[in-house]
Design a protein around this ligand. Structure first.
Ligand code: EPU
Length: 418
């Protein structure tokens, strides 16, 4: 098992290019199930989670190829409809296959995703919406079994905005009979990206980006070419790293309009940010000021950057309150940051972070994807030796070549076999 080693204390400098968004690429690859033929996708990041969805879909009869940087997906041979436990347990987003499989084949058998390190993460809202569209669903031996003749459009109200839930039902609805109206839908940019892919395939969708999405079912779709949007969470991670190390970094290919809440917060802690033609320039201040955050659905501050922002606050001047409102257990990085000398107190879903002058290098262990990123950021500013971040398979699920990119910005960071 690999580990990442970091000797902290160097300001990051230079240019870094952001990869395509994992959380946009996953539903877009799942959407290729909706019709056979060659779909050509650009900007799909090379990540473990992407390999996992490919493995599951290959097992169903789909094929994957590459043409230069393009991923070619062909689901003409799709026959099977089972997503097995062994793969689903490594990636909850496998639930995204349920909607498109029901729409194309009228059946699906998907292992029910269990809880994960950051929370219980139920999928009840996905299932309730599919049932309202006419699917028969039952749970047996840990698997969701679903069947339908043809899905029919329906009014759907999500009790809470759910990102993959909205995506799943959009994919189910594009081939359904009649109109589906999603209310209290999630508004994340990844939903807009999926909607653009579906529209290129011939789907009729309006309102993505707002909390009401209207989908008029069509009898069939055709294959499409699509470029995946840049990963806003990867971009945010580099922005925070630049601010934290007092660096000067040009982040290429990112979309500032997907990160407004984060940009505003980074300005309030003293970083200088300028939008440029192909991304943003971020300069870290000599001394960081504390600021509070509260995670919210888009366009609020993303939960996927909460751990990284907390790492930033451990070395800011003053105290910061960090409130996590999306997931009930997303403070697992706290005990590891404390091992590096951070002063953090948790009370329910709030953390009080008292900034320190510095952190100290230590061996630490990653427990989820974004927690791993926060430990790397802490390592970049830690003094007194080498920080060792273990269990980085979490990191490899969602960041493409993170240590190589930090290395190219001047960080002393490398990967070793543990
Ligand atoms: N929820 C329910 N019932 C449901 C679905 C969701 O109660 O049926 C609750 C969840 O428990 C949570 C809230 O609704 O409290 C929002 O969860 P959501 O469904 O939006 O999360 P998700 O779709 O499972 C996606 C991202 C996550 C990201 C969240 C929130 C993908 C593949 N995953 O998860 O990304 O944290 O939205 O923005 O898009 C990551 O990349 O590290 C990651 C965890």
């Amino acid at each position: 098992m690999d580990k990442i080693m970091i000797e902290g204390g160097r300001p990051l400098q230079g240019r870094v290019r952001i990869s395509g968004a994992k959380n946009a690429a996953l539903p877009i690859i799942a959407a290729c199930i909706l019709c056979g033929g060659e779909h050509r996708l650009q900007g799909v990041p090379r990540l473990k989670d992407i390999r996992t969805i490919q493995e599951i879909m290959s097992g169903m009869g789909s094929t994957f190829g590459t043409d230069g940087a393009e991923l070619i997906v062909d689901t003409t041979g799709l026959r099977a409809s089972e997503a097995p436990y062994e793969l689903v347990r490594t990636m909850r987003a496998s639930i995204l296959l349920l909607g498109p499989l029901l729409a194309r084949l009228g059946r699906a058998k998907i292992s029910l995703p269990g809880g994960c390190a950051i929370g219980a993460r139920p999928v009840n809202l996905h299932l309730k919406a599919l049932a309202a569209m006419g699917a028969e669903l039952h749970l047996d031996h840990g698997y969701i079994h679903a069947r339908v003749q043809r899905l029919r459009g329906a009014p759907i109200f999500f009790d809470t905005p759910t990102v993959t839930g909205t995506e799943n039902i959009m994919m189910a609805a594009v081939l359904a009979q009649g109109r589906t109206v999603l209310k209290n839908a999630a508004r994340e940019p990844e939903i807009g990206d999926l909607a653009s892919m579906l529209r290129s395939m011939g789907a009729q969708i309006e309102g993505d980006g707002s909390d009401t999405i209207v989908i008029e079912g069509v009898p069939e779709l055709s294959p499409a070419d699509h470029r995946v949007i840049p990963d806003r969470i990867e971009a945010g991670t580099f922005m925070i790293a630049a601010a934290m190390t007092g660096g000067d970094v040009h982040i290429e290919g990112m979309r500032p309009d997907h990160l407004s809440a984060v940009i505003q917060k980074l300005r309030s802690v003293g970083a200088e940010l300028e939008t440029e033609s192909d991304g943003m320039h971020v300069r870290g201040p000599a001394s960081l000021q504390a600021a509070d955050i509260r995670t919210m659905p888009f366009p609020g501050f993303p939960t996927d950057l909460q751990a990284q922002f907390m790492a930033l606050m451990t070395v800011a001047r003053g105290s910061s309150i960090i409130k996590e409102t999306i997931f009930e257990n997303r403070f697992i990085h706290v005990s590891e940051l404390k091992r590096m000398g951070a002063d953090i107190e948790i009370n329910g879903n709030q953390a009080l972070v008292r900034g320190r002058d510095t952190l100290l290098a230590a061996p630490v262990m990653a427990t989820d994807l974004r927690a791993s990123a926060s430990l790397i950021l802490a390592g970049l500013v830690a003094h007194g030796g080498t920080t060792e971040v273990r269990r980085i398979y979490h990191l490899d699920r969602g960041y493409e070549a993170l240590e190589t990119k930090f290395h190219s910005l001047g960080a002393r960071i490398w990967r070793e076999k543990a």
